[in-house]
Design a binder for this molecule. Structure first.
Ligand code: PGA
Length: 250
């Protein structure tokens, strides 16, 4: 059976002092529960120092698709490894929409992450306009296909997929458990058509306004294997409750 895994996406939030308080609160509360925090680059060392030896792992929110060189402002996979990262988010909708990352660039970041031994958390999801025009599955398919074509379906054994409907991110509008489950089931069946074993083992997280109050019903869905949590991951009690709700449904 798949394990559930909840990851926090802190986005561009935090400070040394705020992070210290947040990490000090979640670490003892999540003993024995696997969870991930994806922190801003400057705080990776802090996450490593505080979380080493705990059941909480840490990661980054982006990486370069290049290994090194004249790429001002970029951060390579091997740099993330230097700070003990295990995970890296690729293709978050904010990267796609605000920074123009294309499906092809996302795919090459996915490849770079895996080549270094990091587990990419590959984000896919449709906008409100796309959902309303009935192309949700086509959009999610296209985003997945870019990665499958670049890397091969077998590489999904070392990846996580996060379904994040753009209209639900940071808006307070969560997809209903049924809406989310339907897309998760679609993703799994699409992968299963290529490789049933990979599909069965693939962790598919849901992201988009997950909170303590709606986590249990989302995590109870058969194809929802955890969450990618933005705003609520910055509030210790919320994040702890979401992680516990996921663990309960394993
Ligand atoms: P949210 O963000 O939980 O604040 O909606 C989720 C995400 O962007 O990963």
């Amino acid at each position: 059976m798949r394990k559930k895994l909840v990851a926090g996406n802190w986005k561009m939030h935090g400070s040394l002092a705020e992070n210290a308080a947040l990490l000090a609160a979640i670490k003892p509360a999540l003993v024995g529960i696997d969870a991930v925090v994806c922190v801003p680059f400057p705080y990776l060392a802090q996450a490593q120092a505080v979380l080493s030896g705990s059941s909480i792992t840490w990661g980054a929110q982006n990486l370069s698709d290049q290994p090194k060189g004249a790429y001002t402002g970029e951060t390579s996979a091997s740099m993330l490894l230097d700070f003990g990262c295990r995970y890296v988010i690729v293709g978050h909708s904010e990267r796609r929409s605000l920074y123009g990352e294309t499906d092809a660039q996302v795919a090459s970041k996915y490849v770079a992450a895996q080549a270094a031994g990091l587990t990419p958390i590959l984000c896919v999801g449709e906008t409100l306009a796309e959902r309303e025009s009935g192309v949700t599955e086509a959009v999610v398919s296209r985003q997945l296909d870019a990665v499958i074509q670049a890397a091969g379906v077998a590489t999904l054994a070392q990846a996580i997929v996060a379904y994040e409907p753009v209209w639900a991110i940071g808006t307070g509008k969560t997809a209903s458990p049924e809406q989310a489950q339907a897309v998760h089931a679609f993703i799994r069946s699409k992968i299963a058509a290529l490789d049933a074993t990979i599909a069965n083992g693939l962790v598919i997280q849901y992201g988009g306004s997950v909170k303590a109050s709606n986590a249990a019903e989302l995590m109870a869905q058969p194809d929802i294997d955890g969450g990618l949590i933005g705003g609520a991951s910055l509030v210790a009690d919320e994040f702890i409750a979401i992680c516990r709700a996921a663990a309960k449904h394993e």
